[in-house]
Write a protein that binds this ligand. Structure first.
Ligand code: PHE
Length: 382
């Protein structure tokens, strides 16, 4: 029955029909009719008008779909076409609904044709989808192209902390005078921090209230002066050395911080006098505050210097003298502890508070501003 129908009606390759109906012994006929399609009129005689119409409908659907698909210019438009052809109310469903009117013999024939055309339409969709996706990707890539000639985003510019700026300025001044720069540890032996500097056992500075003690025999250095002895033990006179760094004391208010910065300087050699000390400090203060700065030496006392002097600088902003450093001639006991013969050599030493110097130079009213690291404060030093 109807073995010649399908190929005759659709003009589709016979092999398709052949494979799908292995139970029908149609090989001879189909092989024979393969080279030349059987005349359509002759074949139509056996098919019902309904099947004829369904098959015609299916046949014309492919070129229609092809045209609609190639007209769709974006994925959205293509999806609309997909609904029109393959959707629940689409053309293929409409045709499928008409299968009810076919005989049980004709129904599978129509079914196979429907699947075949549907497959072809699906392939067209797939191909177009791929093309459009590629095109849209290309479009976005083009749109998102980076213009490398546009100006870049500049990272915010940082600046040195005012204390760091001042530290650099003062070390520059002393190094230009011939001092060398050396560092010492912040955790120091009690011996170097006090004993070697001629500070007696019962001195109030050693009190637990003033000094921050670390392990047995160690302290957080309370000043940079222990570097004097360290360097003496390490070098041969003549020597002129400065050190900068953090020091620690049990103290905290508007003018005292538990951690602050000092610079130590000392020189040891033959014939070094108090005159050298005054000359060096005058030269330094003029270089730092500007020529004409008013400087005052005041007699004072330190266990490690004899004689000792404190140095004040006149400040118009504060309307008075401000103490900026301690100094003196190195005590013979300290020279001895540093392995230096006090009969042959003499030396001077001075220690200054870097934070103090910074406050005076920039008119900072409260020492704590220097350690809070408020960005609005620090920006003013850019
Ligand atoms: N070390 C003393 C201080 O911290 C300063 C100083 C240094 C005084 C060197 C004299 C000589 O106050």
């Amino acid at each position: 029955m109807g073995t010649t129908l399908p190929h005759a009606a659709t003009g589709l390759p016979l092999c398709f029909i052949h494979h799908d109906q292995p139970e029908n012994n149609m090989s001879d006929q189909s092989q024979e009719s393969l080279p030349q399609a059987a005349p359509v009129e002759e074949e139509t005689s056996t098919e019902s008008p309904e099947l004829r119409s369904i098959l015609d409908g299916l046949k014309s659907l492919v070129p229609q779909a092809r045209a609609a698909i190639s007209k769709a210019n974006d994925l959205k438009g293509l999806d609309a076409v997909r609904v029109e052809y393959l959707g629940k109310k689409g053309h293929l469903t409409e045709i499928n609904k008409r299968f009810g009117k076919l005989s049980t013999d004709e129904r599978p024939i129509a079914g196979r044709m429907l699947n075949l055309h549907k497959g072809e339409i699906l392939t067209l969709f797939k191909k177009r989808t791929d093309d459009l996706e590629a095109r849209e990707l290309e479009d976005t890539l083009l749109k998102e192209t980076v213009d490398v000639t546009l100006p870049g985003l500049r990272p915010p510019l940082g600046a040195h902390h005012p204390v760091a700026q001042v530290t650099r300025q003062i070390t520059d001044i002393f190094m230009n005078m011939g001092f060398s720069l050396r560092y010492g540890p912040e955790i120091e032996t009690e011996w170097l921090n006090f004993d070697a500097l001629n500070v007696p056992r019962e001195h109030p500075a050693r009190d637990m209230q003033d000094t921050l003690y670390a392990d047995r025999g160690y302290v957080l250095r309370t000043h940079t002066s222990p570097t004097q002895v360290r360097n003496m033990l390490d070098m041969e006179p003549p020597m002129a050395v400065i050190t900068t760094g953090k020091v620690y004391r049990h103290d905290s208010d508007a003018t005292h911080s538990p951690m602050f910065h000092q610079m130590e300087g000392f020189a040891v050699g033959e014939g070094i006098s108090f005159g050298h000390l005054k000359g060096v400090l005058h030269e330094f203060l003029e270089a730092f505050y500007g020529a004409g700065v008013k400087v005052r030496f005041r007699p004072s006392f330190f266990p490690f210097t004899e004689p000792s002097a404190e140095v004040d600088v006149w400040s118009d902003a504060h309307g008075g003298w401000i103490e900026v450093l301690g100094s003196g001639m190195i005590h013979p006991n300290v020279l001895k502890n540093g392995g230096i013969d006090p009969e042959k050599y003499t030396g001077f030493a001075f220690g200054l508070g870097i934070d103090r110097l910074t406050m005076i130079k920039y008119n900072v009213p409260d020492l704590r501003l220097l350690f809070e690291n408020d960005i609005r404060f620090l920006r003013q030093f850019q």
